[in-house]
Write a protein that binds this ligand. Structure first.
Ligand code: TXA
Ligand code: MG
Length: 362
């Protein structure tokens, strides 16, 4: 299959580009498109064959369900059994935006989308290209991140091309994604709202509207700690968010992560880099701007500034891909404080490191 790349300016939408991509969706094809979080790999959510093609293109395990993207609440009502009052409140404050809600599904949603679960994940993305594609195609669009399964999510069209060239019909290139980490996944079907995946919408932001919001223990590794396995390695026991069973967001190169506060983490990373290199190991470092000059590495990528976690989120996956390509033997990651968007950043770094995490003494 020949993958076509269609460029578009998100600030001046070219409707002919959208119409072309929408036709591909309507006839059951696969279209990668930008959202405010990461690029998605979209297909008509109500067409089971089209959704199966997403799983095939990504090499995604069939038991990992997809998020359905809609453009407005009327479209959501068709997909879910009930719309709890909380949804309207959350929609008002957080949609369009990086918040995915898990709700009881209607039978119209194909099993392949939900991996047979009786719930469906939905969100309204905050990106003009994504919204235009959903509206023009007239379909709800099922879309996981547009990477090969287990790889870091794509935040630029060229990352999608690296992973999926020849496997999908179209990539709509709308430039780099703003946020850089995937949406917050919030399960509203349990007694208490529970975060299954941290993202740009934090528990603290949700609590004024919902009361206490829990976080699934699987988010921090839970049963998975210490496995350090391949993409697709299973964890025993029930997991609420099937995606949390798999090693994710990971470069092919082994990674270690240092956690701690600024000065301590920088000293620990610098010492590790020195020790590895004197033993002949080629080391790549994922650094923050504040500490980058302290690391004498074979390859270095600055994700962003420690003082501004949103900049680290924005650069994280780009850096992981760059360091992977640098041909080093080991990637050492400088962790940031798990506060605000830093919670989501650290979750992705821990998973990339397959929980090979070291805490720098402060
Ligand atoms: O920001 C995002 O959410 C991006 C953009 C493209 O919207 N999408 C994305 O999709 O990250 P994906 O497939 O890579 O991650 C979806 C996550 C997985 O962890 C999956 O297990 C979980 O959502 N999920 C989907 N449906 C679910 C359900 N019914 N119950 C529990 N978890 C669900
Ligand atoms: Mg993904």
């Amino acid at each position: 299959m020949n993958t076509r790349v269609l460029s578009i300016d998100p600030f001046r939408i070219d409707e002919t580009v959208i119409a072309e991509a929408a036709r591909v969706v309507a006839r059951g094809g696969l279209v990668a498109f930008p959202t405010e979080t990461v690029y998605g790999l979209g297909a008509d959510a109500l067409n089971p064959q089209a959704v199966e093609a997403i799983f095939a293109a990504k090499g995604r395990p069939a038991d990992n369900p997809l998020i359905v993207h809609v453009a407005h609440l009327d479209q959501l009502v068709e997909l879910v059994e009930v719309v709890p009052a909380a949804v309207e409140v959350l929609a008002k404050h957080f949609w369009p935006g990086p918040l995915t809600l898990i709700l009881p599904r209607r039978p119209v949603v194909p099993d392949v989308v939900t991996a047979g679960l009786d719930t469906v994940a939905v969100r309204i993305p905050d990106h003009p290209v994504a919204l235009a594609l959903i509206r023009t195609s007239g379909r709800p669009i099922a879309a996981p991140s547009a990477n090969r399964s287990g790889r870091p999510s794509p935040t630029e069209a060229k990352h999608v091309l690296e992973d999926l060239d020849g496997r999908i019909d179209v990539i709509v290139d709308g430039g780099p994604c703003d946020i850089g980490v995937e949406s917050t996944v919030l399960d509203l079907t349990a007694e208490q709202p529970i975060i299954l995946r941290p993202g740009a919408v934090t528990a603290q932001q949700l609590e004024p509207f919902l009361g206490p919001v829990a976080t699934d223990p699987a988010v921090d590794g839970g049963a998975e700690k210490g496995i350090g396995g391949e993409a697709g390695v299973h964890v025993d026991g029930p997991v609420r968010s099937p995606g949390m069973k798999y090693r994710h967001y990971a470069p092919q190169t082994p990674c270690v992560l240092y956690e701690g506060t600024g000065a301590a983490v920088a000293a620990a990373v610098a010492a590790r880099v020195r020790a590895e290199r004197s033993a002949g190991v080629r080391v790549g470092v994922l650094a923050t701007a504040e500490n980058a000059s302290r690391y004498e590495a074979d390859a270095l990528c600055i994700g962003g500034r420690r003082s501004a976690p949103e900049t680290v989120a924005h650069g994280l996956y780009r850096c992981l891909r760059q360091l992977d390509e640098a041909g080093v033997d080991l990637i050492v990651m400088e962790g940031i404080e798990p506060v605000g968007l830093g919670v989501a950043v650290m979750n992705r770094m821990r998973r990339a490191a397959a929980y090979r995490t070291l805490v720098a003494p402060s």
